[in-house]
Design a protein around this ligand. Sequence first.
Ligand SMILES: *Cc1c(COP(=O)(O)O)cnc(C)c1O
Length: 350
Amino acid sequence: MSKFWSSLVSELQPYVPGEQPKMANLVKLNTNENPFGPSPKVIEAIKSELNDNLRLYPDPGGLALKQAIARYYGVTAKQVFVGNGSDEVLAHVFQGLLKHDKPILFPDITYSFYPVYCGLYQIQSNVIPLTESFEINPDDYKQPNGGIIFPNPNAPTGRYLGLEHVEDILKANPDSVVVVDEAYVDFGGETAIALVDRYPNLLVSQTLSKARSLAGLRAGFAVGNEELIEALNRVKDSFNSYPLDRLALVGSIAAFEDEEWFETSRQGVISERDRVTAELERLGFDVLPSKANFVFARHPEHAGADIAAKLREQGVIVRHFNKPRISEFLRITIGTAGQNDALLKSLVNL
Ligand SMILES: *Cc1c(COP(=O)(O)O)cnc(C)c1O
């Protein structure tokens, strides 16, 4: 606290990202990065952009990237918004589309940035408990609200809500924006982007950080009705007109063009996830069904915090949340086969 701080800053409870330890030979399974790495075509595109043009501002609208995303998903470029990571896109969404008189709704166990944005933008929230089996029940989202947001698949549970249930929520809330945060959708879910033309209240956000393995580049986007996208453009142009730099723009476009790399990478994650799930179950863990690039698991006889500490001693870092309902769970990112083997080996003698 400092007398120089605004009262808002004094009251903020900032998001705490998973740590990025600087230890050698670490098996880093704590922040849902994709171990297969970006497409070599992304690296080539970025290298070829490393030239004198860096003295020029990038295209403030990022039109070429919007067009690449629009082509990929069969929408128009005006239905696409791009930002510096989907966290930034979501920040603009909270400020521009979710700040109304009524509280917004999101699950009790979900992406922990949502309550942080509520604090930053002074938005009231009504937190909806997931069911006993950690699922979203669409019926819980049929009450007055100023907007709705949830990840699908949810984080950190990994559970996926079928599109028919997403539609159920959309139909029950024609006067609210429903934001589906699809950070993990490419690992086995189905995107709701196909629904944007039918539901003017639907906004889908995605990121290049996970399935396209570009967490370090900082690129994310949203797709929705033009009116919703226009709100985001208005916020962006009142905040930072140039969120995506020249390197991020060309790298992101190349990522969407290399379909083959994307397919191989996500299939690699999916098959390793299914193997890790089966192996964890063999070791006595309860594993929630996951459609993400991580699993959420607990052991009936060992405390989550203890397992996390033991893994750390062996150089394996996973995420443990000391929060109600989930303190016995570990969120384990799916790594390469070798990293997953190291994890499983460390869990044999708990
Ligand atoms: C990782 C993640 C994001 C943000 O990703 P960016 O790296 O900021 O694009 C958004 N939502 C959820 C649920 C995530 O797990």
